[in-house]
Design a protein around this ligand. Structure first.
Ligand code: ZN
Length: 240
């Protein structure tokens, strides 16, 4: 069994199609989504329908929550808020209902999945260092947990102490706990614009990361054509 773990798609259709084609070529047999299907980019409806039709385990992201609610977005970053208002208008009530019903945490095979952290999933905290990861580990009861949210692929390991190791191919050891950020399909923020996802190969207990070129020019043009903030097109190319 080979599982493709992907999330933070953020309505980027070109990146999503590229990732799914690659996962199929890589002979992935199963798929799990970390949430944030919508928000920022111009194809929320199309991305949502692709993921919904896959009928796979998925958890709710903060943009899924904001795009499917009716609450005020005033306290948010203005560019994200403008994109979310646009997203609300460009989803059907049926699609918003599907987003509202997504669960915060899921157990799949021998691992756990959450968008942000297990200690307070509804607070949408960002894990950017080992100290943030420590709070999560106190609530992680499986060997392995995958998440998203920061759009940066990262691997935190708890053995005798908590440390961060490079997000490269790693073999999961039974005696340790792993909290792994699978990066972002549709808006990476680690300085590399290419779409990112992870593969968990269960027979070899190996987690690896994939980076893929996609048709970013088309995604950027769609943002401009939709009258979404132009800064969203610029940041895509910068990978931030
Ligand atoms: Zn996100």
């Amino acid at each position: 069994m080979r599982i493709a773990l992907f999330g933070d798609i953020h309505a980027n259709l070109e990146a999503l199609q590229t990732v799914l084609a690659d996962a199929s070529e890589q002979e992935c047999t199963d798929y799990v989504c970390m949430g944030d299907v919508v928000g920022y980019n111009a194809n929320p409806s199309e991305c949502l329908e692709i993921v919904r039709a896959m009928n796979i385990p998925i958890v709710k992201g903060n943009h899924d929550e904001d795009a499917s609610g009716t609450h005020s977005l005033e306290t948010m970053n203005p560019i994200a808020a403008e994109a979310l208002e646009w997203t609300r208008r460009n989803l059907t009530e049926d699609q918003r209902e599907w987003l509202r019903k997504l669960r915060m945490v899921r157990q799949v095979q021998d691992f756990t999945v959450v968008h942000s952290t297990l200690d307070q999933p509804q607070s949408w905290n960002y894990v950017t260092n080992k100290f943030d990861a420590m709070s999560n580990f106190n609530y992680q009861f499986t060997n392995l947990c995958f998440h998203g949210h920061t759009h940066v692929p990262r691997v935190f390991v708890r053995g005798a102490r908590v440390k961060e190791v490079p997000a490269e191919s790693i073999v999961i050891e039974e005696s340790m706990k792993y909290f792994i950020n699978v990066g972002s399909v549709g808006q990476p923020r680690d300085g590399d614009w290419r779409a990112c996802y992870a593969i968990y190969d269960i027979p070899t207990k190996t987690v690896s990361f994939r980076r893929l070129d996609y048709d970013i020019a088309t995604t950027q043009q769609k943002i401009l054509d939709a009258n979404l903030p132009a800064a969203l097109a610029t940041r895509l190319a910068e990978g931030r």
